[in-house]
Design a protein around this ligand. Structure first.
Ligand SMILES: [Zn+2]
Length: 273
C-alpha cells in the first residue's frame, strides 16, 4: 500500500496556504544563555530592540502584517517600551522563557516557575495574556506540553515534523495546537556569528527561503518564518526581509496571519469536522 501524504487544513478565504512572520526578541539573553557577559557581545543583542525593532515594526505596518513576537521575560522587563510598541502595533506576544534558558535541562518545578513568571511579566507589560509558547532554542522537556496545557496555552510552535498545523495528544487537560517550525526558515543558522563559522551572504539565503515558501504553499501547509531582530535587522538582511514580504504578499491566495490567528482557525476547523 502506498503511503499517503498527510492532510493539510482548509484555510480561510479560499487561501491555498498560510504564512506567518514570527520574531524571537531574544536581545541580550541570546548571549547570556551561552554564559557570555562581555559588553560588546551583549551589545549585539541590544541592537535588536533598539535599532532593528522600530524598523521591523515600520515594515510590518507598511505591509499590514500582524506578526507574532516571542519574548523572554528578562527582555520584556529590560526593554518594556519595545514590548509596548509591539503590542500597540497589533502584534501577538508569546512566551519564550525568562533568560532564554534551555528548559530541557531544568527540573520540572523550575520550568513551571519560569513559565508562570513569563506569563505574569508579558501580561503586565504587553496588556494581554499570551496564548503561544516557543521554547528557547526549540528544546522541550518531557514536561513542557503538560505544563502548557495546565497553564491555559492554546498552541506550541516548536516541533519540526510537519508542514501543517496539527493537534497534540491532550496533556495537562488540553490538546495544544502545534504550529511547526524549521531551522531552514530561521535566520540564525545562516547569519548568527559566533566566531565559529562564516556568515552567509543574504542573496542565496533569500532564494532558499523563497523556494521553501513556494514548496510549502504547493503542499498547502503553513510557512512559519522565524527571525531574530538582532540578526535580520542589519540593513543588508532587512533588505532581504523586505523582498521576502513583498514576494509573499504578491503570491496569490496566501493567508498571512499571526500564529494566534492560525491556531484559532485550525482549532475551529478540527472542531467542525
Ligand atoms: Zn530565542
Amino acid at each position: 500500500m502506498a503511503l499517503e501524504i498527510p492532510p493539510s487544513p482548509r484555510w480561510p478565504r479560499d487561501a491555498r496556504a498560510a504564512c506567518a512572520f514570527t520574531f524571537d526578541l531574544d536581545a541580550e539573553t541570546l548571549w547570556m544563555a551561552r554564559g557570555v557577559h562581555e559588553p560588546v557581545t551583549l551589545s549585539q543583542g541590544r541592537f535588536g530592540p533598539v535599532e532593528a525593532l522600530p524598523r521591523i515594526l515600520a515594515l510590518l505596518r507598511a505591509n499590514e502584517i500582524r506578526a507574532s513576537f516571542f519574548i523572554p521575560a528578562w527582555v520584556a522587563e529590560h526593554h518594556p517600551d519595545a514590548v509596548r510598541a509591539i503590542a500597540d502595533g497589533g502584534h501577538e506576544i508569546g512566551c519564550h522563557g525568562d533568560e532564554h534558558e534551555r528548559v530541557s535541562e531544568l527540573p520540572a518545578e523550575r520550568e513551571e516557575a519560569i513559565l508562570v513568571r513569563s506569563l505574569e511579566v508579558l501580561t503586565r507589560i504587553g496588556g494581554k495574556r499570551p496564548l503561544g509558547y516557543r521554547a528557547p532554542a526549540w528544546q522541550l522537556s518531557a514536561e513542557t506540553l503538560g505544563l502548557l496545557g495546565r497553564h491555559g496555552f492554546d498552541y506550541s510552535s516548536n516541533m519540526m515534523d510537519r508542514l501543517s498545523p496539527y493537534l497534540h495528544e491532550p496533556a495537562g487537560g488540553r490538546a495544544l495546537v502545534e504550529l511547526p517550525v524549521s531551522w531552514v526558515l530561521d535566520d540564525a543558522p545562516y547569519f548568527m556569528f559566533t566566531g565559529q563559522r562564516a556568515m552567509q551572504p543574504p542573496g542565496p539565503v533569500l532564494q532558499g527561503w523563497l523556494t521553501e515558501f513556494e514548496g510549502i504553499t504547493e503542499a498547502r501547509g503553513m510557512t512559519n518564518f522565524t527571525f531574530h531582530p538582532q540578526i535580520i535587522g542589519r540593513p543588508s538582511r532587512l533588505a532581504c526581509l523586505r523582498e521576502l514580504i513583498d514576494h509573499v504578499r504578491h503570491t496569490p491566495r496566501i493567508w498571512i496571519a499571526s500564529l494566534g490567528e492560525i491556531s484559532a482557525h485550525y482549532r475551529a476547523t478540527v472542531a467542525a469536522r
